[in-house]
Design a protein around this ligand. Structure first.
Ligand code: ZN
Length: 322
């Protein structure tokens, strides 16, 4: 049995899976990306989880490689550099560390690009050659496929849609800029919007009982479903901001579909309806009513794991053929 390790490094947790060549996840586990020991503890924690997964596999297997999806990575050096939501302050040589520990080929790509590959091979984007993937998590991850190819850019850093600017937005972003899309369209952005609305609106809301730290996107969603007008308004604001930016991206790339993934995508019509209205209203006439908005068909957060592992299989199979 040949297996690859897929690793998806996120701002909150790092997910690790053992994946076979057909994209089946045999075992998976995760650990918090942040711990008291910071970067020093990170790699030992990762190794512990990998060892645990190896033990769970029944029977013999051969590890053929490791694929990693991570924010702010440098594909050329194999390091993670300056990720806003991660504990690493210096360039973190993850590829080197993994190669030394496991003696297999290691592939590193941007987390959002890994998710795009997973969606394209195994998810809602199967057979779609022009699409934009938005992963609404702690931050906003985005990746673009145009003409059947991942848009990587000159050094692999293209597609940072989370950091294009929103008009009249004065919120500071974790990246250091002011006014980024991610400061609205992300779990943290939604919380910031709730706080702003609580200050601006005179609407009764159960959310007034919470501090910023107590609020969670999941809680805001729950209250919106229960009919809380302010919680619903927070999703409307988020959808509108995103819809207007998507109209601009559609004008440039003319995708067939927009795929939504991540925890907030589960909000469904609460987010998608205001998004669609704002987006359609801002599109050129010949783009109107053409772009489908789809939810990921993969289980929560599996796209990046599968996409990361697929980097191994692509390389492994092409080597086997030559
Ligand atoms: Zn930013």
């Amino acid at each position: 049995l040949e297996l690859a390790i897929g690793i998806d490094i996120g701002g909150t947790s790092t997910k690790v899976a053992l994946v076979d060549a057909s994209g089946l996840i045999l075992e998976k586990n995760s650990f918090p990306s942040h711990s008291s020991g910071g970067a020093k503890e990170y790699f030992p924690n990762l190794q512990k989880v990998i060892t645990g997964l190896f033990k769970q596999v029944k029977g013999e297997f051969l590890l053929v490689g490791i694929g990693v999806g991570a924010p702010s990575c440098n594909e050329t050096t194999g390091s993670i550099e300056g990720a806003a939501n991660l504990p690493f302050q210096e360039p973190f040589p993850l590829v080197k560390l993994l190669e030394e520990s496991y003696s297999v080929p290691v592939f590193l790509t941007k987390d959002s690009n890994a998710a795009l590959l997973g969606e394209s091979r195994f998810g809602a984007a199967k057979g779609i050659y022009n699409f934009i993937l938005l992963t609404l998590g702690t931050g906003l991850g985005t990746a673009i496929m145009a003409n059947g190819r991942l848009v990587k850019g000159h050094s692999g850093k293209a597609g940072e849609t989370g950091h294009i600017l929103v008009a009249n937005n004065h919120r500071k972003c974790a990246c250091g800029k002011i006014g980024c899309l991610e400061t609205y369209v992300s779990a943290v952005g939604l919380k910031r919007t709730v706080m702003a609305l609580l200050a601006e609106e005179i609407i009764e809301s159960s959310l007034r009982a919470y501090t910023f730290d107590q609020l969670e996107a999941q809680l805001i969603y729950h209250e919106a479903i229960q009919g809380d007008s302010l919680a619903k308004l927070a999703f409307e604001v988020t959808g509108k901001v995103l819809g207007l930016k998507l109209a601009e991206l559609i004008t440039v790339f003319e995708p067939e579909a927009i795929i939504l993934a991540g925890g907030m995508a589960e909000a469904g019509p609460l987010l998608v309806e205001p998004l669609r209205v704002a987006m359609e209203g801002a599109l050129l006439s010949f783009h109107k009513n053409k772009v489908r908005i789809l939810n990921t068909s993969l289980a929560t957060n599996e796209a990046a794991l599968l996409g990361a592992a697929s980097l191994v299989w692509d390389r492994h199979q092409s080597v086997a053929l030559t």
